[in-house]
Design a protein around this ligand. Structure first.
Ligand SMILES: *Cc1c(COP(=O)(O)O)cnc(C)c1O
Length: 374
């Protein structure tokens, strides 16, 4: 039995006719950049996230970059964020000449721990950039409180968490900006790169849309320098089709997570496999990833053994960002963020995609039990 980490072909199989039809429409129109499909997607995603405005962009990374640019963040500024995330979260800060100032994660959700925030605020701080990792929300209320006290902007990296909820509210619309990614492996994935900024400040939509298109308004007049961060019509058309299935897919991911919980609890490996834990505030976890903790000295063996058995798995992420070579100039070192470093040694992501079958899950659990067995 083969169990891939993600099976996009299975998803596509069920959507082929619908998607082919909308792609054909775009081909007939030969209108590829922005346009009515992108605007329709912006309205649909804004409604889905419970916000007043959205701006479709070229990727999740560019969504983050656009928000920082809209806030005028640059050299001399600091942005508080987590070292345990995909590189883009901190990469965009550094690219603008600002400093990513890291704060350690909480071991339950793997997200920025608000307990460490206040002490990390300096006069140069401009923003807080929490990530809702694996599809579970960070603890936003205490972050918003720190932001309010110090006049900071809150930009949520919701690339892995579209539709996740924090105390009953959709992520992305709780801070000042929310950033979504439509990278194919995300819960709502396009046929290529894509992303979106959502914001509960509708009056900022024009500024975002202008920066997305070289700061151009009106055509060939530039009061600010932006970039080419546009979303294209083909992506928007595909995403509009897929959005109608997103809640169904999320429910399937949640069902698979519950099933893993039951299977692992009864397995011989129960004591050695740390299952994902639900934080009290995370009222809707959308399981972009199902990440377990293993004893650090056994992880490589399990990783290799699963691959050898035909089971896809991966480590998100093996090197916390404060220890990345390109960030050496920031002056961090081993031991600075112990929970992030421990997570980097212990975590392993298992297949959780919607089409996964109970038989496949049984095989994953049994294989891990065998690999960890006496
Ligand atoms: C995927 C991801 C991004 C970047 O999104 P792209 O669309 O790949 O640019 C940013 N942050 C996190 C946490 C992500 O998982």
């Amino acid at each position: 039995m083969q169990v891939p980490l993600l099976d996009l072909k299975a998803q596509y199989g069920g959507l082929r006719d619908e998607i082919t039809a909308v792609l054909r429409d775009i081909c007939e129109s030969q209108a590829f950049i922005l346009g009515p499909r992108v605007e329709e997607l912006e309205r649909a995603i804004a409604a889905y996230c419970g916000v007043g405005a959205a701006c479709g962009v070229s990727s999740g990374s560019d969504a983050l970059l656009l928000c920082l640019m809209a806030e005028g963040i640059g050299p001399g500024d600091e942005v508080l964020t987590t070292p345990y995330t995909f590189f883009a979260t901190a990469g965009v800060i550094h690219r603008l000449g600002a400093r990513p100032a890291f704060v350690d994660i909480d071991p339950v959700t793997f997200n920025l721990d608000p307990a460490g925030l206040e002490a990390a605020v300096t006069p140069r701080c401009r923003a807080i950039l929490p990530v809702h990792l694996y599809g579970q929300s960070a603890d936003l209320d205490p972050m918003l409180e720190v932001a309010r006290r110090h006049g900071l902007t809150v930009i949520e990296d919701a690339a892995q968490a579209i539709g996740a909820e924090y105390r009953g509210r959709r992520v992305g619309g709780i801070g000042d900006y929310g950033c979504l990614s439509f990278f194919p492996s995300k819960n709502l994935g396009g046929f290529g790169d894509g992303g979106m900024v959502v914001t509960r400040h509708p009056e900022r939509q024009d500024a975002l849309a202008t920066l997305r298109n070289h700061g151009m308004a009106p055509t060939y007049y530039h009061r600010v320098v932006g970039g080419n961060f546009r979303l294209d019509a083909l992506q928007a058309a595909v995403l509009l089709v897929k959005l109608t299935y997103l809640d169904e897919w999320t429910a399937a991911r949640q069902r698979n997570a519950r099933r893993y919980g039951e299977m692992f609890a009864e397995s011989a490996a129960a004591d050695l496999v740390g299952l994902p834990q639900r934080a009290s505030w995370a009222t809707r976890h959308v399981f972009n990833q199902f990440v377990v903790r293993l004893p650090a000295d056994r992880r490589q063996q399990v990783w290799d053994g699963l691959r050898a058995a035909g089971i896809g798995c991966n480590v998100y992420y093996p090197v916390p960002l404060h220890l990345q070579e390109c960030f050496r100039d920031l002056g961090y070192g081993p031991g600075d963020f112990p929970e992030s470093e421990r997570a980097a040694r212990e975590t392993l992501a298992l297949p959780i995609y919607p089409e996964l079958t109970p038989e496949q899950q049984r095989f994953v659990v049994d294989t891990i039990a065998r690999l960890l067995g006496p």
